[in-house]
Design a protein around this ligand. Structure first.
Ligand SMILES: Cc1cc2nc3c(=O)[nH]c(=O)nc-3n(C[C@H](O)[C@H](O)[C@H](O)COP(=O)(O)OP(=O)(O)OC[C@H]3O[C@@H](n4cnc5c(N)ncnc54)[C@H](O)[C@@H]3O)c2cc1C
Length: 264
């Protein structure tokens, strides 16, 4: 790890000023991705801005029938939140399936979403539920947020404050976990929302995406059989030592069928 300046601001404004004044600043949430990258010298920021001292960035809040989750909220808190369990049980379950107990106690929803790892679970829930990512300057819809592998619509220094989820009519998440890390080899989140059915897939491609073929089939007939014969394009899938593109494409339909079965 290279030397860096460490800062612990007490407010969002201070964090942003520190970022803007740094040569190459980076925000630190739980450090679960950032610190290993720095240890391996894949990242060498001049200034690390720790968000842990900022009040109000953590916690689950029920707002009417919806939920707001602070960016710094750990996965374990989401998994065990009575509010999330009662309003969007599929999101609580998704959080409970992330990594192991250590990872769930340190990793945060804001860090996961900002990182946009192609195999992370939260992007599927955020996109599947059509959530809104609220930053220090604007609100970004999930459909516009995840732009590419490890890339998002966040601008330089933009800070995620919270994520706002609308209550779906019903939702389910099913993943085929990597047996070592528990990251999703493929994970499928299906939600029946007021504006229609949404199917979001993580782990399969460079970035989380919606399957319009599956959404259209399930809108016509919400059944496991409706997905029979849907085969996503191998050419769009990731291929690595864990799974070939062909296998991932196959898993997308299998996981989607399981999610529909769970919903029924
Ligand atoms: C062994 C292991 C197993 C894991 N298994 C899984 C798994 O099964 N499923 C899964 O989904 N994830 C998994 N993860 C990822 C983990 O759950 C974290 O979500 C992820 O590493 C992000 O970590 P963090 O929240 O600590 O953010 P950090 O590492 O602190 O930050 C990550 C990035 O996000 C940026 N950032 C953080 N917060 C904000 C913010 N509020 N606004 C803007 N930018 C911000 C940082 O600057 C940095 O670039 C695993 C991680 C490990 C180490």
């Amino acid at each position: 790890m290279y030397d860096f300046n460490y800062h612990k601001p007490g407010s969002v404004d201070e964090a942003i000023q520190l970022f803007l004044g740094a040569q190459d600043g980076v925000y630190l949430a739980g450090g679960h991705t950032l610190l290993p990258s720095m240890k391996q010298r894949l990242a060498a920021p001049t200034d690390v801005i720790d968000l842990a001292g900022i009040e109000g960035l953590s916690g689950v809040k029920s707002v009417g029938s919806d939920i707001e989750i602070g960016a710094l909220t750990a996965h374990d808190e989401v998994a065990n939140s009575p509010v999330v369990q009662s309003v969007i049980p599929a999101l609580a379950e998704l959080a409970s399936l992330i990594g192991d107990a250590q990872v769930r106690n340190r990793g945060t929803i804001g860090g996961s979403v900002a990182n946009s790892d192609p195999a992370a679970d939260y992007p599927a829930g955020v996109l599947g539920l059509g959530a809104e990512i609220i930053t220090n300057k604007r609100s970004i819809t999930a459909d516009d947020f995840f732009t590419a592998m490890f890339e998002t619509a966040l601008e330089e220094g933009e800070l995620i404050i919270k994520i706002k989820f609308l209550r779906p009519k019903a939702a389910a998440y099913v993943k085929f976990p990597n047996p070592a890390s528990r990251y999703a080899t493929v994970g499928v989140f299906i939600a029946r929302t007021g504006s229609g059915i949404r199917v979001a897939i993580t782990g399969a491609a460079p970035s989380v995406f919606r399957s319009t073929d599956m959404e259209e089939a399930l809108t016509r007939d919400f059944s496991v059989e409706a997905l029979e014969g849907i085969r996503l394009d191998d050419g769009e899938m990731n291929s690595d030592l864990h799974a070939t593109a062909e296998y991932r494409a196959h898993l997308c339909t299998v996981m989607a069928k399981r999610a529909v079965r769970k919903l029924l």
